[in-house]
Design a protein around this ligand. Structure first.
Ligand code: ATP
Length: 267
């Protein structure tokens, strides 16, 4: 098991990095090393650039300034070691396939679309389904599963290739308590295995319950200006009322042992 405090390797290294689209920077000023084995909660108001940063790590948003190394490589080269769960509104859940087939698609990057899924591949699919607690649903049509089950299924697809780095974009949104607890336990388990996890969330309880580190992003001072970091460190050091208030500037924030609420942005 990797110890996040002593692991010298950075899973992710950003130096004054900025990301955006069509030459327009949407999040900037990112200088940080994320230790291998850390679970990082990515927290910030709507539009502060959380998804853009996650897409930048995948090489899907443009690096408009600075530099980035992912698992010691460029984002594109590192992609084969990354499992990702995109935000719910960008997921295609209409595929006419079973849950097992949907999860098997997570192996295609290593096999190629025409490659054969051998015994090891089938075992990996079974393991991934078991991890998210959906082995009993493997033969169901994906579209017939509940929203929470679909979300867990997509997570199984991200896990099936045994990725070193997981990027989860608001995976807890809209989940009921049962689905949320399964996911929370899973994030803890991934971290214990020494994988690195970045999870964007509006729920500070998740940061406190499952993450070792937190990266707070604030939105630009004027509409259209890029987001920027408002704090990075261990959950104990960086998840302070001051830092959260800075990230959510004009919002009223309450931070207690379990929740942070603001008068906007967070549900
Ligand atoms: N594909 C895109 N093309 C151009 N601009 C984009 C694209 N995706 C996001 N943006 C813009 O980038 C900025 C940051 O958006 P992003 O989705 O990264 O924020 P976020 O912090 O993830 O917000 P939310 O909490 O609402 O998901 C926003 O101004 C958004 O309009």
């Amino acid at each position: 098991m990797a110890d996040v405090n002593t692991t010298p390797n950075a899973a992710l290294s950003l130096k004054d990095a900025a990301f955006g689209y069509a030459g327009i920077t949407r999040v900037r000023g990112l200088t940080l090393d994320i230790p291998a084995g850390a679970a990082v909660a990515l927290i910030g108001p709507n539009g502060s650039g959380k998804s853009t940063l996650l897409r930048g790590i995948l090489g899907l948003a443009e690096l408009t300034d600075g530099s980035i190394e992912v698992l010691g490589e460029s984002p594109t080269k590192a992609r084969r070691h990354i499992g990702s769960l995109p935000q719910a509104d960008s997921r295609d859940v209409t595929l006419p396939v079973t849950l097992r087939q949907a999860v098997t698609m997570g192996l295609y990057r290593s096999l190629g679309p025409l490659g054969r899924v051998g015994r090891a591949g089938r075992a990996a699919v079974n393991d991934a389904l078991e991890r998210v607690g959906l082995d009993a649903f493997a033969g169901r049509r994906f579209g017939e599963l509940s929203g929470g089950q679909q979300q867990r299924g997509i997570l199984a697809r991200a896990l099936v290739s045994n990725p070193q780095l997981l990027l989860l974009d608001e995976p807890f949104n809209g989940l009921d308590r049962e689905n949320r607890d399964v996911l929370l336990e899973l994030v803890r388990g991934l971290r214990e295995e020494g994988r690195t996890v970045l999870v964007s969330t509006h729920d500070l309880e998740i940061a406190q319950a499952a993450c070792s580190h937190v990266l707070l992003l604030a939105s630009g001072h004027e509409p259209g200006q890029p987001g920027h970091p408002a704090g990075f460190g261990t959950v104990e050091d960086a998840l302070t009322l001051d830092a959260v208030q800075h990230a959510f500037h004009d919002a009223t924030v309450e931070l207690d042992q379990h929740t942070v609420t603001t008068n906007r942005e967070m549900e």
